[in-house]
Ligand binder design. Structure first.
Ligand SMILES: *Cc1c(COP(=O)(O)O)cnc(C)c1O
Length: 395
């Protein structure tokens, strides 16, 4: 019983610090209007930025994929799990980054978490490697850096001057700069053009995690590299397929030789069962929407919602983060105050998650509003009204 008692004491400690996390069980499909415990709610939580998670064409393709290919892949990609749908999807995904990366090829993964572990452990696998990580990087990049054998240094958020000093001081044989494109809890964008210029000068890889950009940013929704107009063989791109693309999984796009190296060496690619091919089939339908006129009009609607939210919401004495993306953080500070704000909205039928440490730095607990093309103008008006009415005390 000692082991259990120790854990229970630590759990009580989390509770005392307002750090306990609770799951709510959603009874309906991913959409702004959902149901929890029989109660209807209007949600501003999901990363389904284009409203494709329950899109009829994507759902129909998932069903068709199951009919064609069954439910499971049965094995890893290097044994017998690599199916025609995976191969077609890789070709389509490689094409999305072809304007940014010469001789681009793509490789799919079951999750973005695994894709990041794969990139960083395969490229940073020897001791003569140095990794330079942005301080607000996603947990999966932090874990990938820990798992790699490279020496890791962290540079301050968006501080390219500090990164330049670190790169210049490094004598490592292989240098890897690692960054989110859209920071997941802040919504701001990394200075990708400046980062790439530094990487080219220092012969470093630039690993870009575009989990929140693929589908929403750039022409045809091709993401942050396309939006920034970058082009380089130093780029290693990771896009996720469970956020704007509405399904599940992720991909890495890079020069063909990088992808071949991942296939040969990346343990999170090699030693895991391939995702169900039906998911890849559904993603082909999702890509059709993202790249076509419907995707463009969904992105335009989302951009209009973002603009209106920033114009009309009144958050003082809290702060609205400087974000032009669908992620709109309202920084409150205190954990308990953030929880109370979230509960106040919940009481009015609105679901906005309160984000606390360790997901964000201590003292920066926040409400994280995420907007989606599936929200209507009316949904947004409800959110703005409720936020503007919310009781608050100075941070
Ligand atoms: C969500 C996310 C991931 C992980 O992707 P999953 O497919 O959900 O595992 C990686 N990086 C960032 C920045 C993310 O927001």
């Amino acid at each position: 019983m000692k082991l259990i008692a120790d854990l229970e004491q630590r759990l009580r400690g989390l509770d005392a610090a307002s750090l306990t996390r609770r799951r709510r069980t959603v009874a309906t499909a991913c959409a702004p209007r959902l149901e929890i415990d029989g109660r209807p709610l209007l949600a501003f939580c999901s990363n389904d930025y284009l409203g494709l998670a329950a899109h009829p064409a994507v759902v129909a393709a998932l069903r068709e994929g199951a009919t064609l290919y069954g439910a499971g892949s049965g094995a890893s990609h290097l044994i017998s799990g690599h199916g025609r749908a995976h191969a077609l999807l890789e070709e389509r995904l490689a094409a999305t980054q072809a304007a940014s990366i010469p001789d681009a090829r793509a490789l799919t993964f079951s999750t973005g978490y695994m894709a990041n572990l794969a990139i960083l452990t395969a490229l940073g696998g020897d001791a003569d490697c140095a990794m330079f990580c942005e301080s607000l990087n996603h947990a999966s990049l932090i874990d990938g850096a820990r798992l790699a054998r490279a020496a890791v240094s962290v540079y301050p958020h968006a501080d390219t001057a500090a990164l330049a000093v670190q790169l210049a001081a490094s004598t490592a044989g292989t240098k890897i700069v690692v960054t989110d494109s859209v920071f997941s809890m802040d919504g701001d964008l990394a200075p990708l053009a400046a980062l790439l210029a530094l990487c080219e000068r220092h012969h470093a890889w630039l690993v870009v995690d575009d989990a929140h950009g693929f589908g929403t940013l750039g022409k045809h929704g091709h993401g942050a590299l396309a939006q920034a107009g970058l082009h380089s063989p130093n780029l290693v791109y990771m896009g996720t397929l469970g956020k704007a693309a509405g399904v599940a999984g992720a991909f890495v796009a890079a020069h063909a030789s990088v992808i071949e190296w991942l296939i040969q060496r990346a343990r999170p690619y090699i030693y895991t069962t391939a995702a169900p091919p039906a998911l890849a089939h559904a993603l082909l339908a999702s890509l059709d929407i993202i790249e076509g006129p419907e995707g463009a009009s969904r992105r335009a609607h989302l951009d209009a919602l973002i603009g209106r939210f920033r114009r009309d919401v009144k958050v003082a004495p809290w702060t609205l983060g400087l974000s032009a993306t669908a992620i709109q953080p309202i920084i409150i500070g205190d954990n308990d105050a953030a929880l109370r704000a979230g509960a106040g909205l919940y009481g009015r039928g609105l679901w906005v998650p309160a984000i606390r440490p360790p997901t964000v730095a201590a003292g920066t607990a926040r409400l994280r509003v995420t907007l989606s093309a599936a929200h209507t103008d009316d949904d947004l008006a409800q959110l703005i009204g409720a936020l503007n009415d919310l009781e608050r005390c100075a941070p």
